[in-house]
Structures are given as structure tokens and as C-alpha cells.
Design a binder for this molecule. Structure first.
Ligand SMILES: [Fe+2]
Length: 264
């Protein structure tokens, strides 16, 4: 039985053990890792109805290598202004193929409450008003569907309420989400200019062959530093399928408690 190792992470950032777990395995197959991931979710999740809502291979086996970084995001996005049933990702599990060569890529985990709680923000009601305004003017593709946002930079830009500097998805519906920055340095600079210093709160996890990482997708934004070769990482997303609007609002409000520096 692989051991769940959370102590190192807690020692670094004082986070809850339930936010994040890494197990050394090694797991021989993705299915073995996913069984362990499901057990861990069952132990910590306080919600019913969780199921697998996404299964991916990174980078896709038939494609090329990935970019050399990935911007910070939440899988499936945060339901900032939910208006229709939607899938909401609660836990993301990553498994490094046991036969893959050690990767140069590391997963960047940013605990939202440690990042956002370090500066002042308006109250929750005003934040939601700003999200709605940003969605209408800049961030949402289709207002009738509400505003679900995956990019942490956009969530921050919307929350600040200042004139937006990121490309407008409303003005350019072909804009590819996740391409807001051309380099990791540019992303760090974006946050630093807004008094959000990523580096002290970021935990970088380099998964070795056969290892599993699982984290709460609403408590962390995640991204990548380095390039992934085709087929080296498997991703499993556990969450809610077609979640009703009122339940999305509950999850959103829990996630937004990070702005006050609170765990939910
Ligand atoms: Fe992701």
C-alpha cells in the first residue's frame, strides 16, 4: 500500500492535510493510481455525487511536446456567475506513467488562500458584482451561459475591478484560453504588479515515474513549469456533472473565501 505523504507540504505552507496529497506509489497503471485517488477523495470530500468527469493524457500521445509552461488555472473553471447546470471539477489527480523517463516538467500548485489572503479585497457580494461585470464586458463567451473562469489571472483582474489589460474574449471569441501570457516570467510579473507574489506560496511538485498527486481544484490554482512530452502524464478529474446553479453558487462562495484568507 503506497504511503500518503502530506507532511512535507504542510511543513512548507501550513496547509490542511486534506488539501493535497502525494503518494510515491509506484502505481503500475493509471487505473491503480485512480483507485487510490478515489479512496483519498472519499476520505476527505464532504460532498455527495462526485464522479469522474474528465480523463486526459498530457501531452496528448499523438501530438507534440507541450509549451514550456502552463498558466495558472482551475480545471473546468470557477463558476463565478453560474446561470445553467455545469460540470464542476473538485479534485484533480495527476499520475506519471511508470515507464516514462523522468520529466523536466513540474506542477505548480498555488494555494489560493495564501496568495489572495495576503492583500485586501472587497467583500464577497462586491466580488461577485465585479465578476459579473468583467464577464459581460471581457471574459465570457456567451452571457446567457453565465461566467465560468479557469484562468487565475482573469479571476484576479476581474476581482480588482480595474480596466482590464488581458485580451478580451468578448472582443475576440477565437482567443485561446491559457495563452494570456507568452512566458512564465510574464505571468509572475502580472501578479507581482498586483501585489500578489506567487513565488513564496507556490509549491512545485516533480512527479517521478509511478507517482500520484491529488489536490483540491477549488483550493489551488495549478499550472506547469517545463515541457511535457507526449504521454508522460495522466490526468483524472473528479467532480460534479451538470451541477445545479444553486449548488455551484455554494461551491463558488466556498472558493471565494480564499480572498479573505480563509480555508473553506
Ligand atoms: Fe489543469
Amino acid at each position: 500500500m503506497p504511503t500518503v505523504e502530506t507532511a512535507a507540504f504542510e511543513a512548507v505552507n501550513g496547509l490542511e492535510a486534506t488539501d493535497f496529497a502525494r503518494t510515491a506509489g509506484p502505481f503500475a497503471r493509471p487505473e491503480d493510481a485512480w483507485r487510490a485517488a478515489t479512496r483519498m477523495v472519499d476520505e476527505v470530500a464532504s460532498e455527495d455525487g462526485l464522479r469522474v468527469i474528465g480523463d486526459f493524457v498530457l501531452s496528448p500521445p499523438n501530438g507534440g511536446a507541450s509549451r514550456d509552461f502552463q498558466t495558472l488555472h482551475c480545471d473546468f473553471g470557477l463558476p463565478l456567475v453560474p446561470m445553467e447546470p455545469a460540470d464542476v471539477a473538485r479534485f484533480t489527480a495527476l499520475y506519471a506513467a511508470v515507464d516514462a523517463a523522468p520529466s523536466e516538467a513540474v506542477t505548480r500548485l498555488v494555494p489560493l488562500r495564501l496568495l489572495l489572503g495576503g492583500r485586501p479585497w472587497p467583500d464577497g457580494e462586491e466580488l461577485v458584482r465585479r465578476f459579473a461585470a468583467y464577464g459581460r464586458s471581457h471574459g465570457a463567451r456567451n452571457d446567457a451561459s453565465g461566467y465560468i473562469e479557469g484562468s487565475l489571472a482573469r479571476v484576479v483582474e476581474a476581482a480588482l475591478g480595474d480596466p482590464p489589460g488581458l485580451p478580451s474574449i468578448k472582443a475576440d471569441p477565437a482567443f485561446l484560453c491559457g495563452t494570456e501570457f507568452t512566458s512564465l516570467a510574464e505571468e509572475l510579473e502580472f501578479f507581482s504588479q498586483r501585489r500578489l507574489d506567487l513565488q513564496p506560496v507556490t509549491v512545485e511538485v516533480a512527479l517521478g515515474p509511478g507517482e500520484l498527486l491529488i489536490f483540491d481544484n477549488l483550493a489551488f490554482a495549478h499550472g506547469r513549469r517545463g515541457t511535457r512530452r507526449p504521454g508522460e502524464l495522466y490526468q483524472h478529474v473528479i467532480g460534479h456533472q451538470a451541477l445545479q446553479v444553486d449548488q455551484q453558487v455554494q461551491l463558488r462562495d466556498r472558493a471565494l473565501s480564499a480572498f479573505a484568507g480563509d480555508a473553506y
